[in-house]
Design a protein around this ligand. Structure first.
Ligand code: PHE
Length: 467
């Protein structure tokens, strides 16, 4: 009974092949790569984090990414773009739409805190452009600037955000909703085609500068990241965090890629596109995020790196680095502006699945759906800002939603693909229009290895954290 297809909403489609790859890469490359990845590595034993990280990439990330691209296009060609529609057409049962609740909820909740950090980036870029953030070699000054932006608990009052941040939050919201309003091809795709090349240039400039700065601390930072520490491997939380990071970073496991790929046609090559977008993400994460933020953090914070929040590390470490270099103001601006671009191409992808749901499920027109979603998320973000005492709540939310809930949804998705959609159908659908083949064993991995792997980590994690 999902034949509700007399929508007033015009059908959307990507404009070009490179456009859709850049849009998915835009979704994947974000604050997760430059801030969350180094932060998670710092909190989970550095080198010990990388082993489960790469295992998760190969065993979970890439296979699930292909599964999502395949299922998304399958449903899209049948006219469904929102998670409830996609899930019910894949499972051939309208009841399956209840399973998709998480696929709408997760991007929505992540958006509500992600946007706050996105606004920090814009605020930092602005304060570099105007010179306010050139405070010399005074680490304490940068830290108190950060605190004034984040907001801290003082005299029993909780200040969720510095007042000046509100302006940047406003701008960030408006920018997101203008682009979303313009639609998949004209808004998201056009913007990503400009933003991604720009990000590569900015990030490479900063990378070269940081790596040529101070040999000893660069080595220390790299050593921390690349020397395995076996103890942390025995902790299931490290494995959970590593796979959570893979899902978060690739935007895999919670309905974003399913939605983006539902705007594809049977001429598109989902196998190659999926692989290209994921590879771009890993380049940004390991080569740029890992090599810029962590060495910089070591240079100034030493062993204290683990004590900052997941997203906060970069804001506390990098300004000190920029203070030491000639033209530091320019590099500082480039870096935070780049972060802002990376963030906005990701936050757009959290909104689009919900927009698709409002349009498809309630037959809302574009201005009604964007307005409604704008008000909802603005309210939600203020809730996050004002009822959270600074960083702690942000990290807590990021753990429960950005790691654990994603993990659970990924588990559901792999079962749907492997056992309901079926790997034979999956393989056939994936190769429509493809110039490259997915090795057969990947299908078996999706059917058996992925759910078992995720299940085992989950059970160990629950067992160790049981009250
Ligand atoms: N992948 C994005 C990042 O690395 C985050 C993201 C989360 C994007 C959820 C879309 C949906 O920052």
């Amino acid at each position: 009974d999902h034949a509700v297809k007399d929508s007033r909403v015009p059908q959307e489609q990507w404009g070009s092949r490179i456009g859709v790859v850049l849009a998915v890469a835009g979704s994947a490359v974000g604050l997760g790569n430059f801030l969350r990845f180094p932060g998670q590595a710092a909190q989970n034993g550095g080198g010990a984090f990388l082993l489960p990280y790469f295992i998760s990439l190969l065993v979970l990330g890439i296979p699930l990414c292909w599964a999502e691209w395949t299922m998304g296009r399958f449903a899209g060609m049948r006219g469904f773009h929102s998670a409830p529609g996609v899930f019910s057409v894949i499972c051939r049962s309208p009841k399956a739409r209840y399973l998709s609740v998480f696929a709408l909820l997760i991007p929505l909740v992540i958006y509500m805190y992600y946007i706050v950090i996105e606004a920090w980036c814009l605020c930092y870029a602005w304060n570099y452009a105007t010179g306010n953030l050139m405070m010399g070699r005074d680490a304490a000054a940068y830290e108190s600037f950060f605190d004034s932006i984040v907001g801290v608990k003082q005299d029993g009052h909780v200040f969720g955000a510095g007042r000046s941040l509100l302006v940047f939050i406003g701008i960030t919201f408006v920018a997101n909703f203008i682009l979303i309003y313009r639609g998949v091809a004209n808004g998201i795709e056009t913007f990503c085609k400009f933003a991604i090349p720009m990000m590569v240039v900015c990030a490479l400039c900063v990378l070269v500068r940081v790596l040529t700065l101070d040999r000893a601390s660069v080595n220390e930072g790299l050593g921390f990241m690349w020397n395995p520490q076996p103890e942390a491997l025995l902790n299931p939380k490290t494995w959970l965090a590593a796979s959570g990071q893979i899902f978060f970073s690739l935007s895999v496991g919670f309905g974003v890629i399913i939605n983006y790929s539902s705007y594809l046609t049977k001429k598109d090559d989902v196998v190659l596109s999926g692989l290209t977008a994921s590879s771009m993400n890993e380049f940004f994460e390991v080569c740029l995020g890992g090599l810029i933020t962590l060495p910089a953090a070591f240079m100034f914070l030493g062993a204290g790196v683990a004590s900052f929040g997941t997203f906060a590390l970069g804001f506390n470490a990098l300004p000190n680095v920029f203070a030491q270099m000639p033209a530091g103001q320019l590099f500082g601006f480039l870096w935070f502006f780049m972060l802002f671009l990376a963030a906005i191409t990701s936050s757009l992808s959290m909104l689009q699945p919900v927009i698709a749901f409002l349009e498809e499920g309630f037959n809302l027109e574009r201005h009604a759906s964007t307005t409604f979603l704008g008000i909802l998320t603005l309210g939600g973000s203020f809730f996050v800002i004002y009822f959270s005492a600074g960083l702690k709540a942000l990290d807590t939310l990021d753990f429960w939603v950005g790691t654990l809930l994603i993990f659970v949804l990924a588990m559901i998705q792999s079962v749907i693909y492997g056992w309901i959609f079926g790997i034979d159908e999956g393989e056939r659908q994936a190769h429509i229009g493809a110039n490259m083949r997915i090795p057969r064993f990947v299908q078996y991995m999706l059917k058996f290895v992925v759910p078992i792997y995720l299940g085992v980590i989950f059970i160990f994690f629950c067992y160790l954290n049981a009250p």
